[in-house]
Design a protein around this ligand. Structure first.
Ligand code: SF4
Ligand code: SF4
Length: 309
């Protein structure tokens, strides 16, 4: 491992992050991997267009030589909504959280690279593909990426740098060993998205994947007995996974929403018309706000039903 890669890993690990590097020469393979997902209908055209746009922007950076991919631990986030005199807790899947520690990672990386005379810019790429192909993560049977020491409770972020790549970690995709004799995620998936006969999940049925792809959920989602099990996304397969056991109790509490704020969200008040204080409390989910407004009513209804209200 060269000195700069060692230094990157060292500073990231000091903050509980993990990092790997791959050569920019791997970019066409990342593009091909994404193209394959589109051909199989596992990624929406819209998402693909966005990725292609970002991949094209690389042409404006001929000096780029290395991609750095970083995993940030991201515990489950819990928010609370007051509604009709009752407190309603609601969890958010780790992959649905935005912002948090990303600028801190960028700051750390900038420091290492600047000291060595190199530049760093954010790279918007197919992060899960990069993480598993760089050896940073492994796939679980549920097609979610797992990083040692974090389980699947993490977020990924990538950067381009003009630092020459002396540690190209590109490798074949690896599945977690723990999955060999386990099928808990398959047994607990509310939509049967995980099957025995193929490694790829049926993303067209996966609630977590649909929440990233669809502006509104198909009608059948609302008839699932386990729907919704989170405020944004689905966490069934991650909560039953034995690999995640050590991280399940670590929950980040976010601000409480008053009766009035909950009413505004339930009535789908447009983002710009929310009071500034409420918007600030919701900053962790700004891009997911339309999803949040749709799911909150369903979640409150489900919680009321469970306790017979
Ligand atoms: S629940 Fe079991 S099979 Fe599924 S991802 Fe976790 S370890 Fe693998
Ligand atoms: S996120 Fe939910 S729907 Fe998707 S595979 Fe996991 S348990 Fe099934």
């Amino acid at each position: 491992m060269n000195e700069i890669t060692r230094k990157i890993q060292e500073v990231m690990e000091q903050s509980d992050y993990k990092a790997k590097t791959v050569s920019i020469a791997r970019l066409p393979e990342v593009q091909e991997a994404v193209g394959e997902l589109v051909r199989q209908g596992l990624v929406s055209k819209q998402l693909h267009e966005k990725w292609s746009f970002y991949l094209d922007t690389n042409k404006d950076r001929p000096e780029t030589q290395t991609i750095v991919i970083v995993a940030i631990p991201q515990p489950i986030t819990r928010v609370r909504f007051e509604w009709q005199g009752t407190d309603h807790p609601a969890d958010i899947a780790p992959s649905s959280i935005v912002k948090a520690d990303e600028s801190h990672v960028e700051e750390l990386l900038n420091k290492v690279m600047k000291d060595a005379g190199y530049k760093v810019v954010r790279a918007h790429l197919a992060l899960k593909t990069l993480a598993v192909r760089s050896g940073l993560a492994q796939y679980g049977r549920n097609n979610i990426s797992y990083v040692p020491g974090m389980g699947s409770f993490l977020r990924l972020i990538a950067f381009y740098t003009d630092c020459p790549c002396e540690d190209d970690n590109w490798q074949e995709v690896e599945a977690m060993k723990a999955c060999e004799n386990c099928s808990l995620c398959r047994e607990n998936c509310p939509t049967g998205s995980i099957t025995d006969n193929r490694f790829l999940i049926h993303a067209e049925k996966c609630l977590g994947s649909l929440s990233e792809r669809e502006p509104d959920f198909p009608y059948w989602v609302h008839h699932q007995p386990d729907w919704p099990n989170a405020l944004i996304g689905c966490i069934s397969c991650q909560s039953v996974c034995p690999v995640n056991k050590p991280y399940l109790q670590k929950i980040v509490d976010r601000p409480h929403f008053s009766e009035e704020e909950t009413g505004l969200i339930l009535s789908k008040t447009p983002w710009d018309e929310l009071p500034p204080d409420t918007r600030q409390k919701l900053e962790f989910s700004e891009s997911n706000y339309p999803l949040l407004t749709s799911n909150l009513g369903a979640l409150i209804e489900k919680q009321n039903k469970i306790v017979g209200r």
